[in-house]
Design a protein around this ligand. Sequence first.
Ligand code: FAD
Length: 485
Amino acid sequence: MKRVAIIGSGVAGLATAIRLSLKNYDVTVFEANSYFGGKLSSFEKDGFTFDGGPSLFTAPENIEALFTLAKKDINNYFTYRSLDESCRYFFANGKKITAQKNVDAFADEAEKVFGEPSENIKRYLENSKKAYKNIGELFLDFPLDLSLITKSETYKALFSVKFPYIAKSLNSYNESSFKTPEMIQLFNRFATYNGSNPYKAPAMLSMISSLEQSQGTFYPKGGMISITNALVQLAKDVGVQFYLNSKVEKIETLKDTVNGVLVNGKNYKADIVVSNMDIYYTYKNLLTDKKYAKKVLKQERSSSAFIFYWGINTTFSELGLHNIFFSEDYKKEFKEIFEESILPVEPTIYVNITSKHDKNHAPNNSENWFVMVNAPAHNKHNWEEQKEKVKKFIIKQINKQLNTNLEKHIVAEETLSPLNIQEKTASFMGSLYGTSSNSKMAAFFRQQNRSKHYKNLFFCGGSVHPGGGIPLCFKSAKLVADGIQ
Ligand code: FAD
């Protein structure tokens, strides 16, 4: 059996381990932390349970595929349910809407509340769905290399690319698709799903909305941490070995071939190495390859986030699982994040409350609030200094929108800054999704899954092809496993 060493137990590292073990490789995962899952982790504080990072679960077919492959019943590991609503949106002008899974109902409601012709929404989502099917799947399911020339999917995609998808920014595409500022802002938000700026990112990203609005969103029983737990259990059941508290210090190479890893001062021989660690740090720290590390730096990092985890000693019926309180000036917010590299002065606020579905995530008559604002990737910022300012703004906004006095209901608090994200997961500059998609060519510049410079070295996870976010991390695992012969 050939030996594989996987560096990191993020969702992509776990999925790769399962796939390779099922292909009869002898797989060992080394994880620097004392816990599994990287960004996809959870913690408890004062009787409240919080998912640490990701909160939105889409495209469950990616995790289903692993259990099918392993011939195991997913229900013994993991259950999830489809949700009728994807998000509750609150706008600065006081208007609000719940994005329902049923597109007709959502479009009709948008017409009633904002005056947006429902046809505009239906047409937009239909086009996004087609673009995802015809173009998106090619970008996400295959390596972006010369082999694309031989694939029929490539020609289907080329014929489906509409000029605006590459010529326009997402914002200008949305401005030409919708009449009302509220719908433009709502559909601009999908650029943030991979940490990008809607005023710069290509209109091609409009296809992201189809995943959420057409296929719907899901909730894993027990919260997002259930994804990590299920993957770890499945990996163990199919023979994967794990070592926690095991930071890989070096990828061992002999000329241009990798042959193992150095962990806690000991050498572990391996025929194949897969790095689930951020690609910049893989080159810089594990391969001490300054040239390629520098090349990665040419690409702009995705945005990061500042998070408050609040235990709230009351409940809010106006809120659901996912809630957005939009800023008044969205353009200014993204200018601050990407051009000025400052925490936005008046940011859009995202509130996720898993106790709406898992009552045991909060004490009786209480709620666990995960409150997130988009932030620039870390670059010498003093987050402690920013914390109180942004907290004050968040409380003021929510008090205004929900007519409450939030401050007196916060009974537990924990925070996570971009610097903390970097420290906890070795994600360079604390970016949530590796590199941004702010340029038309970003997808092509992203590190591919097989190293061109070292034999038997592969990369998976949010900082490499096809990009960040849980669905794409699962896809990178498949690309790695398919690429290893
Ligand atoms: P990571 O989670 O980055 O984990 C990498 C692992 O490698 C870590 O466990 C780390 O400890 C380990 N490691 C690093 N260096 C070493 C070393 N030298 N030796 C051994 N181990 C090492 N995505 C969504 O789909 N939906 C969301 O709602 C969403 N929201 C997000 C919110 C936040 C706050 C964050 C932080 C991310 C969010 N994302 C979301 C993005 C998503 O979490 C990531 O894209 C995904 O989890 C990244 O997984 P990964 O496999 O790349 O590994």
